[in-house]
Write a protein that binds this ligand. Structure first.
Ligand code: PLP
Length: 382
């Protein structure tokens, strides 16, 4: 069995999640919108799950819209902001996920709205003072779209600070919490935002299901037209097994938080300590400040450094170069480019979950040590 260090890409479903989902493929197969008993059997757990999820996030259940995942949620939020809420200016960052960057670009063209990017500080940290100034400079109705935790390098941008800055200037705030949900305690009542997106498969829930939050003060029209599900924002038969699985995964993540989160941090810091001793450098903010599940590092240039990924795969380790959602090549990563990474330093993203062990880290370090030391092609067996 491969040793899996690619949890920012996706995670295995938690056994309790699978157990919660199974009845919805068999006994509770009814359409959740049907009013008969079979329909009600699938609808009730969805609404209970919505309620529990809303409690975790400290929002109203009416503000949560189930959908197909982070990509859809981000597309939805940005589109309706421009179409329905009279937003005429977007401010984003150069290190957002492609589903935000491309959507912003397309909407800016389609709706003729202004698109600006907040500058980055050292280590690709978002410059929130610059954001404050950019908002102060213009009277245009603006939506800020900046993610909470970066999927490639784990850099965190304070939701609390972004919320305060946007409130001060009357700007709308959308934030992608796809990577940090399950690993961070949010309080959206204390620190309000207008939109956020999360995705089931990043926290041991199923793939193809997510949530978009839209603040109840915003009257938005349908993003997907049809039978009127999800308060007519997102029509389509509700994915009962997926939604129940997502809600269960959230419940399990926050129930076990005090146990799993320090464990994940310990795993990451053990790997980082071993890598530092090999002359490896971290990419982005200091590893102790980045999201605990992500560690992005650069290896010293060597003749065979490019084949690290392949060699690690052969040795049974699943890791990622840059982001798995892009081409899979570090050269193609817009985030590493924004950091100004020297292309001769091959970069690998290791990402962790509750299931990783210290023994796995030690095995990985032992393999990496031999790779870093490898000097001749004859010692590499491909
Ligand atoms: N946003 C971030 C930060 C991500 O890391 C990803 C996936 O990697 C997405 C959005 C897309 O989410 P989904 O796979 O649910 O469409």
């Amino acid at each position: 069995m491969a040793i899996y260090f690619d949890n920012a890409s996706t995670t295995p479903v938690h056994p309790e999640v699978l157990e919660a989902m199974l009845p919805f493929f068999k006994d509770h197969f009814g359409n959740p919108s049907s009013t008969h008993s079979q329909g009600r059997k699938s609808r009730a757990p969805i609404e209970l799950g919505r309620k529990k999820l809303a409690e975790i996030l400290n929002v109203s259940p009416l503000e949560l819209c189930f959908n197909s995942g982070g990509t859809e949620g981000n597309n939805n939020a940005l589109t309706v902001a421009a179409r329905d809420l009279e937003v005429t200016r977007f401010i984003s960052s150069p290190i957002e996920h492609k589903c935000v960057l491309k959507t912003c670009k397309n909407i800016a063209e389609d709706f003729g709205i202004e698109l600006e990017y907040v500058p980055l500080r050292e280590n690709a940290m978002i410059d929130l003072d610059a954001l404050d100034e950019m908002l102060a400079k213009s009277d245009k109705k603006t939506l800020v779209t900046i993610m909470h935790a970066n999927n490639e390098i784990g850099n965190m941008t304070s939701i609390e600070k972004m919320s305060a800055i946007c409130l001060k200037h009357g700007a709308l705030l959308h934030t992608d919490i796809v990577q940090s949900f399950g690993h961070y305690k949010f309080d959206f009542a204390a620190h309000p935002v207008d939109f956020f997106s999360l995705s089931g498969h990043k926290f041991h829930g199923p793939k193809g299901v997510g949530v978009m939050y839209v603040n109840k003060k915003h009257p938005i029209r349908a993003f997907i037209n049809g039978g009127g599900q999800e308060r007519d924002i997102r029509s389509g038969t509700l994915n009962a097994p997926g939604i129940v699985g997502l809600c269960k995964a959230a419940e399990v993540a926050y129930r076990d938080f005090e146990e799993t989160e320090p464990h994940i941090t310990k795993i990451k810091m053990r790997l980082w300590q071993g890598l530092k001793e090999m002359g490896v450098v971290s990419n982005g903010d200091a590893p102790e400040n980045t999201l605990n599940k992500v560690l992005n590092v650069g290896f010293p240039p060597s003749k065979y450094a490019e084949i690290f990924l392949l060699k690690l795969d052969i040795e049974g380790f699943c890791v990622s170069a840059g982001s798995a959602c892009s081409s899979g090549a570090s050269a193609g990563s817009h985030v590493l480019q924004a950091l100004g990474i020297d292309p001769s330093w091959p970069c690998i993203r290791f990402s962790f979950s509750r299931y990783n062990t210290e023994a796995e880290v030690d095995q990985l370090l032992a393999t990496l040590k031999t790779l870093v030391k490898t000097e001749s092609p004859s010692s590499i067996e491909l």
